[in-house]
Design a protein around this ligand. Structure first.
Ligand code: SF4
Length: 311
């Protein structure tokens, strides 16, 4: 029997033969998903490809519970890409609210403009055309093609990577950044049939979100526990590189968040003094504000005033 590697550095050029066979994983995960999939608005038929795309932008670094209200408001206000494209990018940043990582709002606005200009306002179904849109990376293109159009693509988000790391490779956590070996493994695990592959992408992601979670995996409820390499090995502790932390307090991200909150709440341009009041350290404050301007999230005006980008 193939030895199960204990660290991400020894991650093998994995194929289904290095762990449980792919087909053996498909049936229980798909059956579990049938029973346990959450009824989320972007999974309903009426969401369409635009709804799926918006949700994927929002969900990349933000939990479902925080995304739900913003998603609903966003789709009510901008039901089609052309509606968002016709508005100023600053309105996208304002509506993004407190989802965090607000550059995503600008990227989504940029994608909406490109969809309107290049594709007549319809989110393209072709993977290469999706990938060619500004602000859309490998993950989002695969997710939209798979979830909106039922195509066969490996969709590797943090949840899926964790499920594969544990169940197939036998380690607690995947590497910090996605590796070629993970992509190869994900492709090898894809069901042949297009519809089943799209379902598998959603199901394996949901298993990672609800059962095989980062800290409190619920193996007793897991449909693939008896095939899971990490579980079968006695759940050895992570001994790879330190995992990236999620520190927020005191970081430039926190300062940026406070500065943006002032600008989001303002209906007219904001004076420097109003921004100075949000953070005690002038050096860090200036650095955060410079970063927001450089990222196109804030527009400096004459007279030391600032606003969200107008266009
Ligand atoms: S058995 Fe536990 S560790 Fe393995 S896939 Fe299921 S929840 Fe994750």
């Amino acid at each position: 029997m193939t030895a199960i590697p204990s660290t991400p550095e020894t991650w093998p050029e994995a194929t289904p033969t290095t762990g449980p066979d792919a087909v053996g994983l498909h049936a229980p995960v798909l059956a579990w998903f049938e029973q346990n999939a959450r009824d989320l608005p972007w999974r309903r038929p009426e969401a369409g490809a635009w709804g799926v795309m918006v949700s994927e932008f929002m969900l990349q670094q933000t939990p479902v519970g925080r995304v739900l209200p913003v998603y609903e408001q966003w789709l009510a206000r901008w039901p089609r890409p052309a509606d968002l494209a016709a508005d100023a990018p600053g309105e996208a940043v304002r509506a993004w609210g407190r989802l965090g990582y607000p550059r995503r709002a600008l990227r989504l606005h940029g994608a909406a403009v490109a969809i309107t200009e290049r594709h007549g306002g319809d989110v393209p179904s072709d993977h290469a055309q999706l990938l060619a849109l500004p602000g859309i990376g490998e993950y989002t293109a695969a997710a939209v093609a798979s979830f909106a159009y039922g195509q066969r693509h490996a969709v590797l988000d943090t949840n899926v990577r964790r499920v594969f790391a544990r169940s197939v490779t036998g380690v607690q956590y995947p590497p910090n950044a996605t590796t070629a070996a993970e992509r190869k493994l994900a492709r090898a695990l894809l069901p042949d049939d297009e519809r089943t592959a799209a379902r598998w992408a959603a199901a394996s992601m949901e298993l990672g979100a609800l059962v095989c979670t980062a800290r409190n995996e619920d193996c007793a409820r897991c449909p693939i526990a008896r095939q899971c390499a990490w579980w079968l090995a006695g759940k050895p502790a992570h001994d790879g590189p330190a995992r990236r932390g999620q520190t927020y307090a005191g970081t430039d991200r926190q300062v940026r968040g406070r500065l943006l909150a002032v600008l989001r709440d303002a209906v007219t341009p904001v004076e420097q003094a109003a921004l100075d009041a949000v953070w005690h350290d002038p050096v860090q404050r200036a650095r955060a504000l410079d970063g927001l301007v450089a990222d196109g999230l804030v527009e400096p005006l004459d007279g030391g005033r600032y606003r969200l980008p107008a266009g």
